[in-house]
Design a protein around this ligand. Structure first.
Ligand SMILES: Cc1cc2nc3c(=O)[nH]c(=O)nc-3n(C[C@H](O)[C@H](O)[C@H](O)COP(=O)(O)OP(=O)(O)OC[C@H]3O[C@@H](n4cnc5c(N)ncnc54)[C@H](O)[C@@H]3O)c2cc1C
Length: 415
């Protein structure tokens, strides 16, 4: 029976980059799906936010539980490296707001196909439709068994199985079981970057509208966080970067059964008093304009009708028909729209925050501190990054560092 140098379990982003950088004909990647990088296809709303163009210092600040853990991994293969790798293989990229990097095609499939093309040029083998069932180590060799009873053996093993979010993409949490078998601890289940379900049903009609806001979260009437950024209304609540990035904090309060409300400020540029004065002046100057049209100064066009209906104000009314009480209602809601959070939608979270305990992994190599020659990479590791391309970069960087470490050891062994 062939004894491979390395087996990589999982052909997602971390597995792909591990396999590419191993570039070894005696190594193999095992993937349960009928294609590699299936999750990449749904990233960035189908556009794939490949990475973030920020500095290393900003990167380390962008991970919950501290990104210093990834400093060596990022130094060994960073944002510029993945951009160069993709661009030199035909996938041109562009940088958008907040340094987010996307393919110029705006199609995640371009990124997935490019990674597969690069892998096909490398020496590492892979096999699809190969669902690993169990793993163990005997006499310095890893023994990997698939659910159709095939056995693979290797000197090194990389667990690149991802977390347990969006299981239809293949990440069904198998890596937790494998890591536990090797004696690792898995932290308490917690979703990262999740949208929120909101009790106020009228906002469901705003589905698909995005807008910049300043927000404040209150738990049992106490202010617990303030932030600003863009939100998007969904079929049952709100999502968007600023919501996703704060969902774990919000969840902590909901888990304590606290009453959590979010207030949205759509007019951060004006104080309460300034907005009040501006509305008074504008209403007298533009008396023949409809309130619906006037609101486009503050809200997206598609939003005004539903917004005014919710405030019980006829959207067709012209400004000089709006009385003081109505004007004050408009002012208050533009500065402080109150929404009640009923749930953090864990099942729709983008990443898993739980995973293999970091202190059981060597951050200079991503080797397990418990089992020699076992490597743990990607989302399977405890913690996650904020929205913006950081999580994919974590997967590429940890996968690459593990492979570089293995290559060095293979080279050393061959002398
Ligand atoms: C909807 C959505 C949008 C996202 N958008 C972005 C974004 O734009 N930018 C960003 O940075 N991050 C984004 N993320 C997060 C990002 O996708 C993950 O952080 C990243 O995919 C993790 O890579 P991974 O290789 O660790 O795991 P995965 O990509 O989940 O790959 C794990 C692989 O292992 C395979 N596998 C699992 N168990 C077995 C087994 N037993 N046998 C064989 N194979 C197995 C799976 O089939 C899968 O292919 C998004 C996530 C979601 C869900």
């Amino acid at each position: 029976m062939t004894v491979y140098n390395t087996i990589i379990i999982g052909g997602g982003s971390s597995g792909l980059l591990s396999a590419i950088h191993l570039d070894d004909k005696k190594s193999i990647m095992l993937e349960k799906n009928d294609t590699l990088g299936k999750k990449i296809l749904i990233t960035g709303g189908g556009r794939c936010n490949i990475t973030n163009n920020n500095s290393l210092e900003n990167y380390v600040k962008s991970f919950y539980n501290g990104g210093n853990f990834y400093r060596t991994a990022f130094s060994s293969f960073f944002n510029k490296d993945v951009i160069n790798l993709l661009e030199s293989n035909g996938c041109k990229t562009k940088i958008e707001e907040n340094e987010r990097v996307f393919p110029v095609t705006d199609k995640a499939s371009t990124v997935q196909k490019t990674f597969i093309r690069i892998l096909n040029k490398s020496n590492t083998k892979y096999t699809l439709n190969t669902n690993v069932n169990s793993v163990k180590k005997e006499n310095d060799l890893f023994i990997v068994e698939t659910d159709d009873s095939r056995i693979f053996k290797s000197k090194f093993l990389i667990l690149a199985t991802g977390g347990n979010m969006y299981p239809r993409t293949g990440s069904t949490g198998d890596g937790y079981k494998f890591a536990k078998n090797f004696g690792h601890k898995i932290t308490k289940q917690m979703a990262g970057l999740a949208p929120l379900k909101i009790s106020e049903k009228w906002i469901n009609k705003l589905q698909g509208i995005d807008i910049e806001v300043k927000l404040e979260v209150k738990a049992n009437k106490k202010s617990v966080l303030k932030d600003k950024g863009s939100i998007i209304f969904t079929h049952n609540g709100i999502s968007g970067p600023v919501i996703l990035n704060n969902s774990m904090e919000i969840e902590k309060h909901l888990r304590k059964n606290q009453n959590v409300i979010i207030t949205l400020d759509f007019c951060e540029q004006y104080s309460y008093e300034e907005l009040d004065r501006k509305l008074q002046e504008d209403f007298s100057k533009n008396s023949n304009k409809s309130i619906k049209t006037y609101l486009h100064n503050y809200l997206p066009k598609r939003m005004s009708n539903e917004y005014l209906n919710h405030l019980n104000i006829d959207p067709t009314k012209i400004l000089n028909q709006i009385n003081k009480k109505e004007r004050n209602i408009i002012r208050d809601s533009l500065k402080r729209l109150v929404l009640t959070v009923s749930e953090v939608l864990e099942k729709e979270a983008f990443v898993t925050n739980s995973g293999v305990k970091r202190k059981e992994i060597n951050p200079n190599t991503f080797e397990s501190k418990i089992v020699e020659n076992l490597f743990i990479v990607g989302e399977l590791i405890e913690g996650c990054g904020i929205s913006g391309g950081y999580n994919l970069q974590q997967a590429y960087s940890t996968g690459t560092l593990a492979s570089k470490t293995i290559r060095k050891r293979l080279l050393y062994d061959s002398y």
